[in-house]
Design a protein around this ligand. Structure first.
Ligand code: URA
Length: 441
């Protein structure tokens, strides 16, 4: 079989056979294959799509290009994945809460790129914390503690690393079969039996409409059905940053504020919504209401925070940060950004806020960039809030004063103020399971 035949088939809109798809995935993992042929096929897929069988076949073939974990963790291994957002630190809240309720959370995370943050970078702001652990240690910690969060090993889905990089430079990122196979191949290889997907919608998300998110979710849930895993997708809002803190150490602090009961609000609410689904997939709750009650009990009793401390210690970190967030890296200076007028917050462009934090050193422009773990933004207002002229909209936590003017301007540009009250931004838009699709917004 010649690779040109694959490109020709897809160019003409014909479905690829499972054998052809395996050839594609193997070529993607083979450093000697040609970028230009892979890129041509990616564009043909972007333009002509793939059906459900082809997409699931591509996902499984990609997963099989590297290690496939089959962890024995003393329960149902569950995982959660977010399509990426700003101030989106639900992992650090829900992983310990679910583990405190008896769940076994096996979580592989990524680094931040562009305007979105990455859990690995956030956790590395905890002194001593190790995100790179041998597979046996990772699984042992999940078995003993109930949760462990590590970076994805280099041996997992090599095909995705190559295809993801090529998609980035060939304008083929926005293809549902390519996004679904990229995300789900990593989840299948990671070994979870139950997978909760947090598909973000809004200004700071990959997908801007509920309709597109539902379409992507249906494809990913179907891949789960075809590969023997249980998948639930929750479509949640990214109309504005989810938590109030944006930046690596700042987001760890935000998660600790939530786990210690100091902060309520959208970050807690979305963490509970996702955590409920994880407990359901773990077969530890009879329904969502029961799951929520268990999670709230773990929160209110302090069991969730204690579990986070246990996980940090198991991963080599200084667990004292759970009680004393001043042990996290701190920026040298805090500068307030004040409202230019009275009014109501009508919108906050989450991507622009993420870009401002990146500009200050909290995020990377390219994979090689070194980030500053201490810097970032603390938002003081949300959509729907009333604000007076001169009141703080947000605080910039800075180490390099020369980044302030541009970050301040970017932040001000991200806010739209009006004279009339507007409702708060919704958090839950839709839920997709193998049996039903519920649309709320
Ligand atoms: N996240 C992934 O891992 N892959 C994509 O294609 C998009 C988001």
């Amino acid at each position: 079989m010649d690779f040109v035949d694959l490109i020709e088939n897809k160019k003409l809109g014909r479905p690829l056979s499972d054998e052809q798809i395996t050839l594609f995935a193997q070529a993607a993992a083979d450093p000697d294959s040609r970028d230009y042929q892979l890129a041509a096929l990616l564009m043909a897929i972007r333009l002509n799509g793939m059906d459900a069988r082809e997409t699931a076949s591509l996902t499984m073939a990609m997963a099989q290009t590297g290690d496939m974990l089959q962890p024995e963790v003393g329960g149902i291994p569950v995982d959660k994945h977010s399509t990426g957002g700003v101030g989106d630190t639900t992992t650090l809240v829900l992983v310990p809460l679910v583990a405190a309720c008896g769940g076994k959370v096996i979580k592989m995370s990524g680094r931040g790129l562009g305007h979105t943050g990455g859990t690995m970078d956030k956790l590395e702001s905890i002194p001593g914390f190790r995100v790179e652990l041998p597979e046996e240690t990772f699984i042992d910690i999940v078995r003993r503690v109930g949760c462990c969060v590590v970076g994805q090993s280099a041996h997992l889905v090599p095909a995705d690393k190559r295809l993801y990089a090529l998609r980035d430079v060939t304008s083929t990122v926005d293809s549902i079969p390519l996004i679904a196979s990229s995300i789900m191949s990593k989840k299948l290889a990671g070994g979870a039996q139950g997978i909760v997907l947090d598909v973000k919608v809004g200004s700071g998300a990959l997908m801007k409409t509920t309709q597109d998110c539902v379409a992507l979710s249906k494809v990913m849930v179907d891949i789960g059905v075809r590969s023997g895993r249980e998948v639930i997708a929750m479509i949640t809002g990214m109309q504005e940053p989810l938590g109030s803190h944006i930046g690596n150490a700042l987001e760890v602090k935000d998660a600790m504020n939530v786990l210690s009961g100091r902060t309520k609000g959208p970050l807690l609410e979305v963490s509970l919504l996702l955590g409920e689904q994880m407990l359901l997939l773990s077969h530890l709750a009879k329904d969502a209401e029961d799951a929520r009650a268990q999670l709230l009990k773990a929160l209110e009793s302090g069991a969730g925070l204690a579990k986070f401390q246990e996980m940090i210690a198991a991963q080599g970190g200084d667990g004292r940060v759970c009680g004393d967030t001043s042990l996290l890296p701190q920026a040298a200076k805090v500068v307030q950004v004040e409202s230019p007028r009275d009014g109501y917050i009508h919108s906050i462009d989450a991507q622009a806020i993420g870009n401002a934090a990146q500009m200050m050193g909290a995020g990377r422009r390219s994979k090689e960039d070194v980030i500053d773990l201490a810097v970032g933004i603390v938002m003081n207002k949300r959509i729907g809030d009333r604000v007076s002229k001169g009141e703080s909209l947000a605080a910039l936590h800075i180490n390099t004063p020369d980044t302030v003017p541009a970050a301040r301007q970017a932040l001000l540009n991200a806010f739209t103020l009006g004279d009339t009250p507007v409702p708060k931004a919704p958090l839950l838009y839709a839920r997709v399971t193998k049996d039903e699709t519920e649309i709320y917004q």
